[in-house]
Ligand binder design. Sequence first.
Ligand SMILES: Cc1cc2nc3c(=O)[nH]c(=O)nc-3n(C[C@H](O)[C@H](O)[C@H](O)COP(=O)(O)O)c2cc1C
Length: 375
Amino acid sequence: MATTKNRLLSLFSHLKSAKDGSAVIKKPIISAPMNGWASPALVTAVAQAGGLGLFPVGYFTDASKIVREVAGTVAKLDQALVENNELSPIGVGFITFWLERQGVDVLRGLLDREGQSDRTFKPPAAVWFSFGDYRPYLRWVREHAHPQTRVIVQVSTVQQAVDAQNDGVDAVVLQGTEAGGHGAQFVSPLMTLLPEAVDAMTEGGRLEEPKIPVIAAGGIATSAQYKAAISMGASGAVLGTAFMVCQEAGGPQQAKDILIKSRDGGLSTVRTRVFDDLREFAWPTGYDGRAVRNAVTDREEQEQQQGKYYRGQDYHPNPFRLLKPDLASGTKQDWERANKEQDYTLLPLFCGTGVGLLNKANMTAAEMIHHIIRS
Ligand SMILES: Cc1cc2nc3c(=O)[nH]c(=O)nc-3n(C[C@H](O)[C@H](O)[C@H](O)COP(=O)(O)O)c2cc1C
């Protein structure tokens, strides 16, 4: 399956190992840029195993800090994977609508060929944009970054996939509703989104294949699912939740234990905006995040059933009320305490429906990749 003919792998075939000249990225698996979870250890473990590890930079505002973090991550790699290449064999993941707040300087600091103060710094081989209008940044990358910098865009509708193809991105990721973390509120399951997007991108089958590689994301935790995605036209898969339970992932053991114990992912997780309100992170209208059900989401649902809120409402007035069973007396201090105590009965544990399929604790990222692609 993982041959150089794979269209995702072909995008990175210029990255060669100094040891034997073989391709550095040789497994069509991408680890999602998950804040707090896609730690340098996870990103390097994925890269070391031949996948594409994405380091999350969506929450940084300091350009030099991003460069330091990325350089520190690359330094942990076997240097044979880096030595002879002009770009580092990892990617970085931006949250597009926050790039406006971060400013284009973060791109300049990380990707500009001319602007590097540290001449030994090798920019990442891939840049990923999710959630929002990536087109100005795509243009910027094309004008200023290394010509082999690959732009990967994550989308959630058929039209967005067609647009990404027409805009000339290098690969498009289709994120189904099963996906963990943030995504579009109203979106198809991957099982229908992927084939419908492929059909539209090939103009109803008139073209033999989409013009760019299509990657599947959402709920993938087994080899059978991965094969199904490939059979529907994908060239690879993005895994988030499956990597969260791996040894190298950042994130508390307690949270990993909850993930391993969770069953029936459609029941044990729920899409909600309540945690964004509690964290005072203003996500634009139309997005929510899938997380493990807990006391807060149960109380949110209880209120919805009483007609106080509806699913999809933009915000919860005083969400801190939901931190106490009486739905009234909770305060911001309760939220701060929950964070301090890592109390997941109240805190968000973002993950996808595939969580029900994960039952083996402590796998390495390399073992997980092998488990998924069996090669
Ligand atoms: C804990 C967590 C954090 C995430 N954070 C981000 C993020 O910062 N940026 C992003 O583009 N996607 C993020 N995602 C979504 C992933 O890009 C991807 O769509 C998803 O993980 C795929 O579904 P899966 O988790 O079921 O494998 C996150 C997912 C999880 C589980």
